[in-house]
Design a protein around this ligand. Structure first.
Ligand code: CTP
Length: 401
C-alpha cells in the first residue's frame, strides 16, 4: 500500500534532457494510485511532447498561464489548490531561480507561488551550472521556504561533462517522496461505504423511506479518504455533494443497493454499512398512480421483507472487515450487541436515533463503538469528529486485531 494513494500530485516538468524521464515518474505515481496532473514549461515541450504526458496521465497537460480556454477548465489557482504535492522533475537552473525569486510570469512559477502544498524539487543541469554560486544560493532559498530537494546525482552528463547535476532516477525520486509523505491511518485500503436512505416505490409518485440524510456516511467517506484509503460510496437518494476523490454510485431501492454492493464487495478491505436500508418494500409496484376514489376510506399496502444487505455480505465470509450501524430508539447497547452477533460484524456503531439532536439528519452525533471485546463511547460532537474517532478505532482495533 503506497502512502501516495489518493494524493493529488502535480508533476511540473521543466526544460532539460531529463524531461523524458518524467514519463516514468507519471507511471510510478499512477501505479501507486495517486491522481496525477502534468504541467510543462515551454522548455520542457522542446524535449518531450505534452501528448506523451497526456496519454500517460490521462489528463490534458497544463502549459499556459494566459490561455483562457485552459484557465476556464482549471485555472492556475485551482490547480495550486488541487495539488496535495508538487513535484518539479527535472528542475532546470532557470526554473530553480524562478522558484527562489517567487516569480509568477509563467504557469509553472505562478502555480508554485500560489500553492501551499509540499514541494519536491529534483534538480537537473550541467555540473558547472549546478556548482555555480547563484544556483547554490537559489537552492538555499527554496530549502528555507520549505522545498525538499531530491538529488542531483553524479555521473556522466548528456553534454559529456562528468560531475554532479544529473536528475536522480525516477524510481529513487518516487521512493524519497513516498517516504516523506505522512502515512494515513488507512493508507491504500479499499473501503466500500453505503449511506443515506433507500426508497421503495409504491407507485410512480409515492415511496416508503426513512429520515436518513446520509450525512454520517458521507462524512465517514470524506474522512476515510483523508486517511489515504480508496473510497467507493454507494448512496441512496440524498442532497449531499460527493466528497472530493470519492467514487460515488447512486441507487434508489434496497435491491439496487444490494446489487451494487455485490458488484463491488469482492474488491474491498473494509465494508461500512451506514445506509438506513428500508427493511420492507411494497409487494406490488403499481404502474399507474393509485387513485384515492371517493368511496375508499382505508387502504392497505402489503409489504415484503428486503434482504439484509450487510448480513448477505458477512455470510459470504470474504476476507474483509465489516462495520454496521445500529439505529435504535430504545435499549441501545443491548440491541446493538445483538446485531453485532447476528450479523457477525467486526464493529457496530450504536446510534440513538430517538434523540433529534444526534439522530437522523442532524449535524452532530453521539455513538458507542462495540466489538466482541470492548465498548467505547464517543460523546456528542460533530459528525466529522465522530467520523475521525470511528476511523481511529477501526485502524487501531479492527484492522489490527
Ligand atoms: N442493514 C442492511 N440491510 C437491511 C437492513 C439493515 O444492510 N435490509 C444494515 C444497516 O446498514 C446497518 C445494520 O444493518 O448497518 C443495522 O441496521 P438497523 O436499521 O439498525 O437494523 P435492522 O437490521 O434493520 O433491524 P431493526 O430494524 O429490527 O432494528
Amino acid at each position: 500500500m503506497s502512502n501516495l494513494a489518493n494524493k493529488n500530485i502535480l508533476l511540473c516538468v521543466t526544460g532539460g534532457i531529463a524531461a523524458y524521464k518524467a514519463a516514468e515518474l507519471v507511471r510510478l505515481f499512477k501505479t501507486a494510485n495517486a491522481f496525477v496532473r502534468v504541467l510543462m514549461t515551454q522548455g520542457a515541450q522542446e524535449f518531450i511532447t505534452p501528448l506523451t504526458m497526456q496519454a500517460l496521465s490521462g489528463d490534458k497537460v497544463h502549459t499556459d498561464l494566459l490561455n483562457t480556454e485552459a484557465e476556464a477548465a482549471m485555472g492556475h489557482i485551482e490547480l495550486a489548490k488541487w495539488s496535495d504535492l508538487i513535484v518539479v522533475a527535472p528542475c532546470s537552473a532557470n526554473s530553480l531561480s524562478k522558484l527562489a525569486e517567487g516569480r509568477g510570469d509563467d504557469l509553472f512559477s505562478a502555480v508554485c507561488l500560489a500553492s501551499e502544498s509540499d514541494l519536491f524539487v529534483a534538480p537537473a543541469m550541467n555540473q558547472a551550472m549546478w556548482k555555480d554560486m547563484r544556483t547554490q544560493k537559489n537552492l538555499k532559498r527554496i530549502i528555507k521556504f520549505g522545498a525538499k530537494i531530491i538529488g542531483p546525482a553524479s555521473g556522466e552528463q548528456a553534454c559529456g561533462d562528468i560531475g554532479e547535476g544529473r536528475m536522480t532516477e525516477p524510481k529513487e525520486i518516487f521512493s524519497e517522496i513516498e517516504n516523506e509523505i505522512e502515512c494515513g491511518l488507512l493508507a491504500g485500503r479499499k473501503v466500500l461505504i453505503t449511506a443515506g436512505p433507500t426508497q421503495e416505490m409504491i407507485d410512480p409518485v409515492r415511496f416508503i423511506s426513512n429520515k436518513s440524510s446520509g450525512k454520517m456516511g458521507f462524512s465517514l467517506a470524506e474522512e476515510i479518504k483523508n486517511q489515504g484509503a480508496i473510497v467507493t460510496l454507494i448512496s441512496g437518494p440524498v442532497n449531499l455533494d460527493t466528497p472530493d476523490k470519492v467514487k460515488r454510485f447512486d441507487v434508489q431501492s434496497a435491491k439496487e443497493m444490494q446489487s451494487k454492493v455485490e458488484e463491488l464487495i469482492e474488491d474491498c478491505d473494509i465494508f461500512i454499512s451506514a445506509a438506513a436500508v428500508a427493511d420492507f418494500k411494497p409487494k406490488k409496484y403499481e404502474q399507474k398512480k393509485i387513485k384515492k376514489g371517493s368511496e375508499v376510506h382505508q387502504m392497505k399496502i402489503e409489504l415484503d421483507k428486503n434482504f439484509d444487505i450487510l448480513k448477505t455480505v458477512t455470510d459470504k465470509k470474504l476476507n474483509l472487515k465489516t462495520v454496521g450501524f445500529a439505529a435504535e430508539t430504545e435499549d441501545l447497547i443491548n440491541n446493538a450487541e445483538k446485531k453485532l452477533v447476528e450479523k457477525n460484524l467486526d464493529l457496530i456503531v450504536a446510534n440513538d436515533v430517538s434523540d433529534q439532536s444526534i439522530g437522523f439528519d442532524s449535524d452532530e452525533n453521539e455513538v458507542t463503538l462495540i466489538t466482541k471485546l470492548e465498548k467505547k463511547k464517543i460523546k456528542k460532537t460533530s459528525k466529522k469528529n465522530v467520523s475521525k474517532k470511528i476511523i481511529e478505532f477501526i485502524a487501531q482495533k479492527v484492522i489490527n486485531d
